[in-house]
Ligand binder design. Sequence first.
Ligand code: C2E
Ligand code: MG
Ligand code: MG
Length: 763
Amino acid sequence: MRKLTSNIRLRHAVIATLVAFVVGLVTLLRPLDIGVWTTQSKFFDHSASGDIVFVEMDGSKFPSNSEQNDQLAEVLGRLADSNAETIVVDLPIKLSRSDRTNDDLRSVLQANRNRVLLTRTVRSDFHDSETYSETDPFFTRGMPQVSRDYQTDFLGFVWDIGARQSWDGAELESLSFAIAGEDTSRSFVLPDYTIDPATIPRISALDLKRIPATDLRGKTVVIGEAGPNSVLVKVPDAGIVPSSVIHIIGAETLKRGTGYTAPWIVFALFAIALIAGAAKFKKDRARRLFYCSWVAALLVVFVLSAKFGIRITFSEPALLGAWYAMLRAIARYKRRHVYIDNRTKLPNFAALQRDVENGDHGPSHAIVVAKIARLDAMFANLPQGERAGYLRQIASRLALGDSGTAIYYDGGKYFAFALKKTPDLDLQAHLEGLRAVASQSIATGDRALDVSLTFGADEGTGKPIASRLSSAIAAADQAREAYRPVFVISELEENGDTWDYSLQARLETALSEDRISIKLQPQVDLRTGMIEGAEALARWVDEERGEISPARFILQCERAGRLDELTKRVVLKSLRAASMLGEHGHQPKISINVSAIQFVDNRIADLFEENLRKFEVDPASLAIEVTETARIEDFRSARDVFEEIRRTGIRFSMDDFGVESANLEALFELPFDEIKIDQMFVRQLASSSRARAIVSNVVRMAEESEMHSVAEGIEDAESYRLLREMGCRTGQGFYISRPLHLVEFREILVLQNDSLRPKIQQG
Ligand code: C2E
Ligand code: MG
Ligand code: MG
């Protein structure tokens, strides 16, 4: 059990890993990551180095380009005088109408060519490139330039700045990398937003004159647009900043030596850990501890990666954990609710199937079903509150048979359990013993309640559990309290000639889909030649195997404990046929075959009584042909059942009289109304004088005992004539007619009624 649930756990871990991997691959959960990264940036605050100063110019404050250019030239001059090491003009310089201003600015730029960098946009960015204007070539000529590109995500955040951007075959270094002052071979930097943008020194261009020149010596200065015209970018935890600030944060990140990423490695580690843990930890406590550590580790990685400025996508491990938790929760829910009977809190039959499928009860176990007889009547007198107790007591008694075994309860009349078979276990005897113990009356409150159980067991191997369980249930149904309370469908039988696995499976389907039909074989009054009735014969045409002989599938039904089910269907169909014929003004006698072993209790009587009422058929037009009378062990109880049925008006016929299964003792003991002489004698009437002697004597005996005589298996005119001469009353056989479909049978009845000479020799 443990081993396999842990396998299911392992399966869940692997499924969760795959789901998280695929979702991670298509970056479906990027918004989650962005949320996480934003949160991370709040965890730690690092200060900027202060080596990079942002000088803000507000273009909107200048009435024209020439005044702005004048201001820029002045700022550049001042910065050059202060000995700033690098000066970046991160804004587009436009030509003004004043040539003098243009020339002045250009000469300041040219004079400081070794320390001034201009910026430009290289790549088209998703959102912003069209809003950028570029510096006029008049100013850029001969000046070094760097790229001011970065990529924003759909929310306007920048997570990634490449080291270089190519342009027109040439490559430009990125502004961040150009001002970082670090020699680096890195190809990108992920801005580290734990660096607080507020700590970047920021001066308005207009205030520059108030700053002592020494403050700027050796510094890197980025002059950028900061007014309403500036391009703005979002920074987690700091709102909106001018785009230049992003590059300064990029440069500060490079200086700090952070801004790396660990893309799949973290996910891989967490996935491997989860899979290994799911497989390894079998004990609930250990496993819970492991889950906690797993989540804790994720939190630690969350904090550490924030601290060390390493960008990790948390959505995949988080999804992995969440998915796994969900799968486990569903499994747990099922275990708690789907597999438990609510009233008794015992595991139900779905749980049995699950446990067998999980390998808890292997093929070496017999599936045993115990059925409580007359439970409805018992419960009628038992208060609601005491019912669960009664059922639980039965369950605990059943568990005595194999201590510790789980008892499953279907919520109705059936309990089931798996019983381990050992070479010296006599299952039949064992279950009879268990039944004796479990059937002691149960005391609840102040009264003693009877327990009446029948047992069915399926010893077969190799079949799916659902089929084993239903055959054990059928066996428990088939078992009779008085006659055979424990019914084991044994392996021996299954492996013998009489058992056919695939036939059994097909038979189950045929029964559940109601595909067993009947044919009617006419019986004629031998004196008049008129059809007086028909025998209903079960027919099963299997899609693959064609027509299967009733002799074969009826035996199989009996072995599988499905005989009651079959009889029920044949009786229903026969009565429906009788009722349909009645509606058309015919009332032939319909004979229905029932095996003698079914007369051990009242079930067969109930079946007839119920359906007589339902179909409103005259019982006098019905006969039950009892087959295999030799198998009756207890004539007394069989007689009781006979009598009960006879009281309704239905008559009894003894089938196959004269051969092994039908003997004089049964004829003597039971109140039969009719003798059906077996075909073995009838077929040889013409050829054997001994057969003639036997048949004529049986006919006479029937006459003298006031029984009706029927001869079956009449295949030729000679036998027909002989039987009539002997005084046999009714005849049946291929010479008269083969078994017919209901409509065919009705047709010949119509023809006969029309006083036409019946044309009845059909196939
Ligand atoms: P049965 O009750 O003795 O039925 C007579 C069998 O003899 C039928 O075979 C019928 O088709 C066959 N038969 C009738 N006339 C002739 C003839 O002139 N020549 C020959 N050679 N055979 C003839 P079927 O239908 O194969 O049934 C075989 C047995 O299966 C039945 O013997 C009966 O014992 C059993 N059976 C059939 N239907 C049912 C049923 O609904 N319930 C039960 N318990 N047994 C049934
Ligand atoms: Mg018969
Ligand atoms: Mg017969």
